[in-house]
Design a protein around this ligand. Structure first.
Ligand SMILES: [Zn+2]
Length: 323
């Protein structure tokens, strides 16, 4: 069986992996993302790195079924193009597929990075064995991927903007221009914002409040760590859990997935996060569906991207057979 190549293109590094047909990572490496010069060097450096490493591991292009990639920005999967990936310097249309296929001669597949991470969790992670999975990634912002019956949902242009589900119509203004998006209160930055605001009205003893009042920086990680014995931290986590539980309940009412997988930096808080969110999640889920969708922590961490990218290649084969 042939091997697969998965690429996770990010603003600071490009991660690569050679995987077996069954999705086991055999080799992996990474290079820095060179965003200088409007990101013009990114694709050439990816091509060079693949060539170098295949040679080093004595793999020929005949051994490879295809190359998959997750990328930031707006993706046209059919054309294999990316536009508006500002953290890469890519403002204008980039013909990624065309460049890579003509240089390496291996079929190339691409999708949005959050979508690809969702596929990774579906194939080898918290959603393994499921058909319907929603992936929510809680980082600086909030991203997401929606998989229904094994297929990513792309909608008319870009489905799965879970970070912009409105959970508080009178809430904070979001970067998108709307008010009260999930991202404003449940991302890492959102949690810090909640903590600062709730500290203003909090009257009790709290070391978290002391740090905030001193004007020192706090992080979402600190809030979770202090929740065991700090009343303010507990209130912040409860508020965060309410918003994420509300959004998750509404997602279930529309799509009733097997699993909602929660990943990204904030998910490092672990099972404690799931337990807190679950309370509200169950409350806002249509009662007959409450026992049918599970909330789980992501399992693959940083490897979700390369594994999901490899799945793009695998998936394209079964899609051709079905056509
Ligand atoms: Zn928004």
């Amino acid at each position: 069986l042939k091997k697969l190549i998965g690429i996770d293109l990010g603003g600071t590094s490009v991660k690569f992996a050679v995987l077996s047909f069954d999705g086991e990572i055999q080799y992996k490496w990474r290079i820095e993302t060179n965003i200088n010069n409007d990101g013009k060097n990114i694709v050439p450096s990816i091509i060079e790195s693949i060539k170098e490493n295949l040679e080093q591991y004595r793999i020929t292009s005949n051994d490879i079924l295809g190359i998959g990639m997750g990328s930031p920005g707006a993706i046209n999967g059919k054309e294999g193009t990316v536009i508006g990936a500002y953290n890469l310097g890519w403002k204008t249309l980039q013909r990624v597929k065309e460049q890579i296929e003509s240089a390496i001669g291996i079929p190339f597949y691409i999708d949005n990075d959050a979508n690809v991470a969702a596929l990774g969790e579906l194939w080898k992670g918290a959603g393994e064995g499921d058909t319907d999975v929603i992936f929510v990634t809680l980082g600086t912002g909030i991203g997401g991927g929606v998989i229904v019956q094994g297929n990513l949902v792309h909608g008319a242009s870009a489905a799965g903007e879970l970070g912009h589900i409105i959970v508080d119509p009178d809430g904070y203004v979001c970067t998108c221009g709307n008010q009260g998006c999930l991202e404003t209160v449940a991302s890492a930055t959102g949690i810090v914002r909640l903590a600062k605001d709730l500290a203003k009205e909090f009257k009790g003893d709290s070391s978290l409040k002391l740090i905030i009042d001193e004007g020192s920086n706090i992080t979402s990680k600190m809030v979770f760590e202090q929740a065991k014995d700090d009343e303010l931290a507990r209130i912040v986590i409860d508020k965060f859990s309410y918003y994420l539980g509300l959004a998750s309940g509404n997602i279930v009412n529309i799509l009733n997935p097997n699993t909602i997988v929660i990943g990204g930096g904030v998910s490092a808080a672990g099972e404690m996060l799931i337990e807190n969110v679950e309370k509200y999640f169950l409350k806002y889920t249509f009662p007959p569906l409450r026992s049918t969708t599970k909330l789980k922590l992501a399992k693959l961490g940083n490897e979700a991207g390369v594994i999901g990218a490899a799945w793009l290649v695998r998936k394209s084969i079964s899609d051709i057979k079905q056509d």
